[in-house]
Design a protein around this ligand. Structure first.
Ligand code: 5GP
Ligand code: MG
Ligand code: MG
Length: 179
């Protein structure tokens, strides 16, 4: 796998330090709220979610939702549907959506609207990565790990054709891999 990597954009140490800060802010912001539920977006957010919650010093629940997005390609189709729904009833809960990356924003905007219609007490968005230059949907990010330029990145949960999720950092693959 190491041979497929062009360059590392965000190191393990940078991720670790940023997650500590995010966890601290989230802990402060949700300290006086109850029914705190983190909603992870499968599969990309699994590693971010599992590391992040260990920096949140509050009682919380986790649940996961799977939404169709790119498949093996690197471009958003705009066609979005629920592949796996939540197990929890979200009514009256304080939701924090945990996403790996926001690109066009179409996937998250769709998910946000579905969750909002289920009458939670509040909804906020936490994303590890953001590519604001590619935005098509209007989305307010409440907690951001890193803003990145318009590269297709993998690692730390993010895949290309279901591979590379287990790399411990965020990186760009060599151009020939994407061909
Ligand atoms: P959006 O709907 O915001 O365009 O994209 C949503 C999803 O596409 C993200 O949650 C992520 O799963 C995938 N995606 C977007 N950009 C990238 C990227 O640079 N690398 C990888 N691996 N997935 C991406
Ligand atoms: Mg995602
Ligand atoms: Mg993917």
């Amino acid at each position: 796998m190491q041979n497929d990597i062009e360059k590392i954009l965000i190191s393990e140490e940078q991720i670790r330090n940023r997650l500590k800060e995010l966890g601290k802010r989230i802990t402060e912001d949700y300290r006086d709220k109850d029914n705190f539920l983190l909603v992870g977006v499968l599969k990309g957010a699994i590693i971010f979610m599992s590391d992040l919650i260990r920096h949140i010093d509050l009682p919380l629940q986790v649940d996961f939702m799977a939404i169709s997005s790119y498949g093996a390609s690197t471009e958003s189709s705009g066609v979005v549907r629920i592949l796996k729904d939540l197990e929890e009833n979200v009514e009256g809960k304080n939701l924090l959506i945990v996403e790996d990356i926001i690109d066009s924003g179409l996937t998250l905007s769709y998910m946000y609207n579905i969750l909002k219609s289920r009458k939670p007490a509040s909804i906020k968005i936490c994303t590890l990565l953001d590519k604001p230059s590619r935005r098509k949907a209007d989305i307010k990010v409440d907690y951001l790990g890193f803003e990145i330029p318009d590269y297709f990145v993998v690692g730390y949960g993010l895949d290309y054709g279901e591979k590379y999720r287990n790399l411990p950092y965020i990186c760009v693959l060599k151009p020939e891999i994407y061909q």
